[in-house]
Design a binder for this molecule. Structure first.
Ligand code: PMP
Length: 410
């Protein structure tokens, strides 16, 4: 749904920069599924992009202590010194990255980091390369910054990963950024060192292209996959890259709204200017909590990832047993991105033809009470995304229902 730029009855005219931007299809489907649930449908919602675990107790405790101490005022513009030091250590310890404290910035979620970065750097008509399938917000944030998203479809056969020749072909003199996300929302695909190397070679040949890597799912990887981040592989990229991360996914802290990044001093300063005129600073109490998350015990991350792995296996195996559905085994995150190409062209018992992945997802919503998100929302069809950050029992039931619904298509 895009925002109408026509005058409404009250005379309200949205700015033209909103003309191509929609309310996130994920939120839209979620809202519809919630409404159906309220009306009594036995809905299973596999749309949400957040872990179902709780925020760890030590993190909650750190927040309570911050409140008691009176850390309840404005903080430094783009992060407290304590949190920036914890981030600096995290980058060193886990990623082999050496960012100084003034090369680090903190915002209200990785989403605001992306927003600050695009607003601070993108001029009208600058191009931003977005390999798809991609998280829906990338293109919309670029559009708000009045840049032009350049989508590069990455097929399932290529593991949903961008190749060097695709990147080379997409770069123009107007390219400002390449946005990469590993492990990926929605595909779960991750880039190994061997996958990144050829892309880095291309970037080194085009020094005007900046690289933004979104590593928010770095801790959720399976089967011994070794997570790497490009700046650690090639220090020459450091000056023109932004390494983005956050506490939402790893520490089940989506509601605390803390994201962070490492980048050049100049970029980080420009991003702080944007932030100074929007939110003034990240939430004080959440910053104390995030510092504890990054510096405190980390052992539960492995346990949680193991739990996600079991759910991934259950989901992928279940989907692949359904005729017409084909699902690649993702390396990370908590999503599967399955093809429904084998079901396109079939008809529902009510005689409605399934022409697109949107049609298929609507059919599942209405006839199986299962909410999933169509690939179209992420720029690649015909696919659908399942978020398996829910109980194994619910996933089993969802697979049974999807299977039965598919069997009814003719
Ligand atoms: N990047 C990706 C790929 C995501 O999936 C999300 C959340 N859905 C974010 C960034 C934003 O995370 P947050 O703003 O909660 O840190």
């Amino acid at each position: 749904m895009t925002v109408s730029t026509r005058i409404d009855e009250a005379g309200f005219v949205p700015a033209s920069r909103l003309s191509t931007i929609g309310v996130s299809p994920i939120l839209k489907i979620g809202a519809r599924a919630q409404a159906m649930k309220r009306d009594g449908a036995p809905m299973i919602i596999l749309g949400a992009g957040e872990p179902d675990f709780d925020t760890p107790d030590n993190v909650k405790q750190a927040a309570c202590s911050a409140i008691q101490r009176g850390d309840t005022k404005y903080t430094a513009l783009d992060g407290t010194p304590e949190l920036k030091r914890a981030i600096r250590e995290k980058f060193r310890r886990e990623n082999g990255l050496d960012y100084a404290v003034d090369e680090i910035t903190v915002a209200a979620g990785a989403k605001q980091i992306l927003f600050n970065a695009m607003m601070a750097t993108v001029n009208c008509s600058d191009e931003v390369i977005i390999p798809t399938p991609a998280w829906t917000s990338y293109a919309d944030i670029v559009a708000i910054a009045e840049g032009s998203p350049v989508f590069v479809p990455c097929e399932a056969e290529a593991g949903f990963r961008l190749t060097a020749s695709q990147l080379e072909a997409a770069i123009t003199p107007r390219t400002k950024w390449l946005l990469l996300n590993s492990p990926s929302n929605p595909s779960g695909a991750a880039y190994s060192e061997a996958d990144y190397r050829p892309l880095i070679e291309v970037l080194l040949r085009h020094p005007h292209v900046h690289l933004l890597v979104d590593d928010v799912y770095e801790h959720i990887v399976y089967d011994g996959f070794r997570f790497v981040t490009p700046v650690a592989l090639e220090p020459r990229l450091k000056a023109r890259s932004l390494t983005v991360n956050g506490v939402s996914k790893a520490y089940a802290m989506t509601g605390w709204r803390i994201g962070y990044a490492g980048g050049s001093r100049e970029l980080v300063k420009a991003m702080a200017v944007v932030q100074s005129q929007s939110t003034s600073c990240p939430l004080s109490v959440s910053q104390a909590a995030a510092a504890e998350a990054l510096s405190g015990p980390q052992h539960f991350l492995k346990e949680r990832t193991e739990s996600f792995r079991r759910r991934r296996d259950l989901t992928v195996d279940g989907l692949n047993a359904i005729e017409g559905i084909d699902c690649r085994n993702p390396e990370g995150a908590f999503y599967t991105f399955a093809s429904c190409a084998g079901l396109i062209g079939k008809s529902t018992p009510a005689g409605k033809r399934i022409k697109t992945d949107n049609d298929f997802c609507n059919y599942l919503l209405e006839e199986a009470s299962v909410a999933v998100v169509p690939g179209a929302a992420f720029g690649l069809s015909p696919f659908f995304r399942i978020s398996y950050a829910t109980s194994e029992a619910e996933l089993r039931e969802a697979i049974l229902r999807i299977s039965a619904a598919c069997a009814r298509l003719a």
